[in-house]
Design a protein around this ligand. Structure first.
Ligand SMILES: [Zn+2]
Length: 258
């Protein structure tokens, strides 16, 4: 028997970079069963854009301010204004470490990541973490920060070993469209050991479109596709998977201030 349509949350959506008109993107998301989205910035300018979108669409959009590891070199220029913005934001991010592309020097990436973790602790805010080929260092810094589920490991690609180690810290996992890619077996193995009560799904719009939309820009309306794949791995039905992942997003990001 068909119950009410499952309601999803897109826990990571760069709405300012989505293709097309924001109202239409959000309407398509709503029609696909997406209740709300979290929109993280990647630097000062995009954090301001995320803030503006959230103010315009408060019924559906939360926002985060932070500096991405690719742009860690800009911390000294943007620190004062970003810190002020972070104090106002729903969450911090995205930030983290990226040793795959190495676009900023690693010691600087690390320092900037630690500063944002410190702010998360001081301000009691969730923090959205990007981790690419930097598992050991992210682990060390996240463990030291001791923020539990307020740390969100976004677009998580760690295999089962790292997933279990991070799980023991009580962090929150967020899985993106890669989980639908035939070659992404590692991500599916991570989903299999991740706790359904502490996991979310995301699009990472406009990147990482799930199958069969890989040739087009991603948008929040596609998050139920990733949710369906995750449900299959967990052997849960769609409604239960939507309920669990949305409840985690609600708990971590406190949409609507509740
Ligand atoms: Zn992102």
């Amino acid at each position: 028997m068909a119950g009410p349509k499952p309601l999803w949350v897109d826990s990571h959506c760069h709405l300012f970079a989505a293709e097309g008109n924001t109202d239409e993107v959000l309407r398509r998301a709503h029609d696909a069963g997406v209740a709300w989205v979290m929109c993280p910035g990647i630097d000062l300018e995009t954090s301001l854009q995320a803030r503006r979108l959230s103010l315009e669409h408060r019924d559906m959009v939360m926002w985060a301010a932070g500096l991405h590891p690719h742009d860690a070199v800009r911390w000294s220029d943007e620190e004062a204004r970003l810190t002020a913005l972070i104090a106002e934001a729903d969450a911090i991010g995205e930030c983290g470490l990226d040793y795959y592309r190495d676009l900023s020097p690693r010691p600087l990436q690390r320092e900037v990541f630690r500063r944002q973790l410190q702010l998360a602790g001081d301000l009691d805010k969730p923090i959205i973490v990007h981790c690419r080929d930097a598992f050991a260092d992210v682990y060390e810094d996240v463990a030291a920060a001791d923020l539990g589920e307020r740390v969100v490991l976004h677009s998580w690609t760690g295999g089962p070993k790292w997933t279990k180690r991070f799980d023991a810290l009580g962090v929150t996992f967020s899985f993106a469209g890669m989980v639908t890619y035939p070659t992404a077996e590692t991500v599916r193995l991570a989903v299999a050991v991740a706790p359904p009560q502490r996991s979310m799904v995301e699009t990472d719009t406009p990147y990482l479109s799930p199958q069969p939309h890989r040739s087009s820009a991603n948008e929040p309306a596609f998050v139920p596709i990733t949710g369906a794949q995750v449900a299959e791995i967990w052997d849960l039905d769609l409604a239960e998977t939507a309920r669990l992942t949305a409840a985690t997003a609600q708990r971590v990001f406190r949409f609507g201030g509740v």
